[in-house]
Each structure stands twice: as structure tokens, then as C-alpha cells.
Design a protein around this ligand. Structure first.
Ligand code: NAP
Length: 272
């Protein structure tokens, strides 16, 4: 078996983010194969990344040491069953949302499975990923999976698999919550007289600055917030409207809804 060779099943956004990270860290493109039925995806990966891209998986999979599953949850079962005979001695890293490792183990006939829940900032090297390994995964295999994910940003190991649904609701869907807030701030800024470009620039810089400050400061988020919220002042007026509308509770409810949806997806697509 080739200890360096990695095969990606699915060559879309997430696979591209991981492949870019691997290449930037010096991984040879000749050691990467991507299986994707989409001609467009294959052409892009070959042109941009110089990797071997194929429409269907075959016995070449026997020589790969790691398979990264980067396909949509609804296509996982069928794709897994078509390659199971070739990959029973291989380490598997799945980024598919919701698909539980029990289902993957059943479809592939192996317990060497690590699940990952990344997010889209992985596309620019600022991803955050939750990782879970089945108990049968050895320490070197865990390290290998973590090394792959580290090329896209930071990660945390989880002790129970159900916490991946919580990670999905927090950092997986989280970038969309941030974009939602940014959209609202840009809309309000534009309504109040700024140009759209100015409102976007101010919003982007406000998020960047607040994130930098919270990362650099030993103070709690609450303290940082209170420091810009003097009684009777402008921030106090804004936060009062949010509190009166129970925005915090709405936000927490929204995250519970995301976690429930992740659980439902696992139930729906894991039963094949
Ligand atoms: N994007 C995110 O933020 C994010 C975050 C966390 C987790 N994930 C997970 O990552 C996985 C991939 O997401 P993505 O955004 O990269 O999706 P994507 O861009 O749609 O990529 C999936 C690719 O897989 C191809 N494909 C379909 N059936 C296949 C098969 N049987 N064998 C091999 N390839 C096949 C698709 O081709 P066609 O287009 O022709 O179908 C497509 O090119 C999903 O399970 C998602 O839940 C994504």
C-alpha cells in the first residue's frame, strides 16, 4: 500500500479546500486521486491542482492509504457500496454532514473511520472542524486525519459522536449566522445614508476588529461588551432593543433547530 496516497470521493467545494491545503503544505499532486462523476469538477481539479481525476472508482483504491469522503449525504450510501470491496484496509475520513460512523462502518465493512465537520472558511485556510474517531482508530490514524484537516485551519477532537451535530449547529452553520448579521448591518447602514460599499467595509472591519480584540483580550465577552455599553449611551440603546425582542433566545432556538436538522439528516440518510 502507498502510505502517502489519498483518494477523494467527491471533488466539490470541501474536497477542493482540503486538496489546496495539502498542496500548499507540499503534498505531491501525483499522490492525490479524485473520483467525481462531474466532468466540470474533474476538469477544474486537473487544471488548478494537477491531480488525477477520474469518473469512477476502481481497483486502484486498493493502493490508497486514506479515502476522504467529500460527497453530499444523500449520495454517500450508494457511493460507499460501489467501492466497499476495495477499501476495507484503508483509513476513512468523512466530511459528509450527518452520516454516522455506524452507517459508514456497515456500508464499507471497516471501523477505521474518522468523521469531520468542517466549515466554509476552510476554503481560505481559516476553517474550524470538529473531529470524532471510532474507538478502533489507532493513534497514528487519528494523527493522520488531524494532519489532513489542519491544512484547512483549526480543529477540536470530540469524545462522543453526537457532539458532531452540535458542532454542525455551531461552527458548521455558524458562518451563515455571521453573514446574516453582516447583511442586516449593511442594510441598516445603507438605509441610514452610507453607500453600500462603505457599509460593507465598515461591517467587515467591525467583525474583523471585534474578533481580533476578543482573541487578544483576557476579558470575557460579556466584559468586552459592557465596556462599549455605557448606560444611556448609543450601544445601550441598540442592545436594549435586542434584549426587549429576546434576540438571544431566538438565536439559541435557531441553533437547536440546526442541531435537530443534523440529527434528522443522519436518521434519513444513514438507514440505507
Ligand atoms: N461546504 C460546506 O460548508 C460543508 C461544511 C461541512 C461539511 N460539508 C460536507 O461536505 C460534503 C461535500 O460538500 P461540498 O460543499 O464539497 O459539496 P459539492 O461541492 O456539491 O461537492 C460534491 C461533489 O461530489 C460529486 N459526486 C456526486 N456523486 C458522487 C459519487 N457517487 N462519487 C463521487 N463524487 C460524487 C458531485 O458531483 P455532482 O455535482 O455532479 O453531483 C460534486 O462534484 C457534504 O456532505 C457536506 O455535508 C460541507
Amino acid at each position: 500500500m502507498n502510505l502517502q496516497h489519498i483518494t477523494f470521493i467527491g471533488g466539490g467545494n470541501m474536497a477542493s479546500a482540503i486538496i489546496s491545503g495539502l498542496l500548499q503544505q507540499g503534498h505531491a499532486p501525483q499522490q492525490i486521486t479524485v473520483i467525481d462523476p462531474s466532468e466540470e469538477a474533474r476538469a477544474r481539479l486537473t487544471a488548478v491542482c494537477g491531480v488525477d481525476a477520474r469518473a469512477v472508482a476502481d481497483s486502484m483504491l486498493i493502493d490508497t492509504s486514506l479515502v476522504v469522503w467529500a460527497i453530499k449525504p444523500q449520495t454517500f450510501a450508494e457511493a460507499a457500496q460501489s467501492v466497499a470491496t476495495y477499501v476495507q484496509n484503508t483509513l476513512h475520513l468523512s466530511v459528509a454532514a450527518g452520516i454516522r460512523s455506524n452507517s459508514i462502518a456497515r456500508w464499507l465493512g471497516t471501523d477505521r473511520i474518522v468523521r469531520a465537520m468542517p466549515n466554509t472558511p476552510a476554503l481560505v485556510g481559516h476553517g474550524m472542524t470538529g473531529l470524532f474517531a471510532r474507538p478502533e482508530v489507532t493513534q497514528p490514524d487519528r494523527q493522520r486525519a488531524a494532519d489532513i484537516i489542519a491544512t484547512t485551519g483549526d480543529f477540536v477532537w470530540l469524545t462522543t459522536e453526537d457532539l458532531l451535530d452540535t458542532v454542525t449547529a455551531l461552527s458548521g452553520s455558524g458562518p451563515a449566522y455571521v453573514f446574516y448579521w453582516m447583511e442586516a448591518m449593511i442594510t441598516a447602514g445603507t438605509e441610514m445614508g452610507l453607500s453600500r460599499e462603505q457599509a460593507r467595509q465598515l461591517t467587515q472591519a467591525t467583525f474583523d476588529g471585534a474578533i481580533a480584540l476578543s482573541g487578544a483580550s483576557p476579558d470575557s465577552l460579556q466584559t468586552l461588551r459592557q465596556r462599549v455599553t455605557s448606560k444611556g449611551g448609543t450601544t445601550h440603546a441598540a442592545i436594549s432593543v435586542m434584549e426587549n425582542n429576546d434576540l438571544r433566545a431566538v438565536f439559541i432556538d435557531a441553533m437547536y433547530a440546526a442541531r435537530q436538522r443534523a440529527q434528522e439528516l443522519g436518521d434519513a440518510f444513514g438507514s440505507a
